[in-house]
Design a protein around this ligand. Structure first.
Ligand code: CTP
Length: 401
């Protein structure tokens, strides 16, 4: 079988060096990659590097090898175009259909999915001109990954950093797998909670749970590949930030509640994949709790945490069209308990996991039934958490209309 053809566009930002790593990942996972740099990006990484790493000829010009009509052929033949880094200038050109070099010509002739991974200073990213160009590109079906927050070129930090190449690769892999399917979450803001909350007893101890956060992260990654703006509220996962998601950190149920409710205010979808502690210690000892010779430990008094999912379902009444999704882990009478929980919580969809031997916390696989408030039941066979995530998004997009 022919290798999938990927065009890696590189525009003139310092993050161009990170695209070498992305190129490596693409070639090593069996893609035929044609690198198309802009002239200015060659100040950062030279053509010889791209040519050696890709095994393909490299040019920024439409005037090289004219007999092969490269300005048309490269785009036409591509299965995916990814531009990383995409500068403010490149986004502007793409949004306006300018075509003054090989990469911009390629963008006009490509009919395959296109992914932009912008990288620039925060001011440039936030400028209304850039934001409007991004909105235009998204409206036309491109996947524009939100930049990461962190260290920028100089000593400054902020939003505008190119996400890790591994994570951009993950987006490319998923977009390629979707083939010609439209990014059906484009223009949607989705909020996902992931991980497990920890309720502190003292500065060194907490009550926690074994949730790994992997299912929530799979939901975030698949939503980015389907074009959504993603806010990921994570609790104690230690997992790398998915490219394109705004990651908010929360430690306890109280912090998670605050972060989720804030992000939910303008969300189209909220998915509560986090394992939220139902109880927290009634008191927090500011110093380490010490054992005392000859004394039994004092019992730990617990108080209830608020039910965030139920609260979201109630608040949603003020937000017409918002879809609320919950998760439930059950051991017995899975479907009956799931139906009952769906009703009690008042959410639209409930993903019910049967907790069993193979389905341990932290695994890469999952098996579930997605219950719909309208009575529907969608079984998802044992498989990658990503497959379950895509089924959830299929059901959500149906509800969003
Ligand atoms: N959840 C929540 N806030 C809580 C507890 C749970 O938002 N304080 C959410 C979880 O994120 C999950 C769903 O509720 O989406 C189901 O949680 P689960 O613990 O299974 O439900 P409970 O109501 O606690 O039922 P059970 O009696 O089975 O523990």
């Amino acid at each position: 079988m022919d290798k999938p053809k990927v065009v890696l566009g590189v525009s003139g930002g310092i993050a161009a060096y990170k695209a070498c790593e992305l190129l490596r990942q693409l070639t090593e996972s069996g893609h035929d990659v044609r690198v198309v740099p802009t002239d200015s990006s060659l100040h950062f990484v030279g053509a010889a590097t791209w040519s050696a790493l890709s095994g393909n000829p490299v040019s920024a010009e439409v005037w090289d090898a004219v007999h092969e009509v490269p300005h048309v052929r490269i785009g036409q033949a591509a299965d995916l175009v990814v531009v990383a880094p995409a500068t403010a200038d490149m986004l502007a050109k793409a949004a306006h259909g300018l075509a003054d070099d090989l990469l911009t010509n390629t963008l006009l002739t490509a009919r395959c999915p296109v992914v932009f991974a912008p990288a620039m200073h925060t001011e440039m990213w936030e400028h209304p001109a850039t934001q409007e160009n991004v909105a235009t590109l998204r409206r036309r079906g491109a996947v524009v990954i939100e930049p990461a927050v962190g260290r920028l070129t100089g000593a400054d930090t902020g939003k505008g950093r190119l996400p890790d190449p591994d994570e951009i690769f993950e987006v490319c892999r998923r977009v390629l797998a979707r083939g010609a399917a439209e990014p059906d979450l484009a223009g949607r803001h989705v909020v996902i909670s992931a991980g497990g909350t920890r309720e502190p007893l003292d500065p060194v101890r907490y009550l926690g749970n074994r949730s790994s956060g992997k299912q929530g992260y799979a939901l975030a990654r698949t939503a980015v590949a389907r074009g959504a703006r993603v806010t990921l509220v994570e609790a104690n996962t230690g997992l790398p930030d998915p490219a394109g998601a705004d990651v908010v950190r929360a430690g306890t149920a109280t912090q998670l509640r605050e972060a989720v409710l804030k992000a939910a205010a303008d969300a189209d979808v909220v998915v509560m994949a986090a394992a939220v502690a139902d109880f927290r210690p009634a008191t927090y000892a500011s110093g380490k709790i010490k054992k005392k010779d000859g004394q039994e430990p004092a019992p730990v008094e617990l108080v209830r945490n608020p039910d965030i999912l139920a609260e979201l379902a109630t608040e949603r009444r003020g937000r017409p069209g918002q879809v609320v999704v919950g998760f439930a882990a059950e051991t017995d009478d899975v479907l009956a308990n799931g139906r009952d929980k769906l009703r009690r919580k008042g959410c639209d969809l409930l993903v019910v996991n049967e907790v069993g031997e193979r389905k341990t916390f932290g695994s890469e696989e999952n098996e579930a039934v997605v219950l719909d408030a309208d009575g529907g039941e969608t079984p998802v066979p044992y498989g990658p958490k990503e497959a379950l995530a895509d089924t959830v998004w299929d059901l959500v997009t149906r509800r969003l209309g």
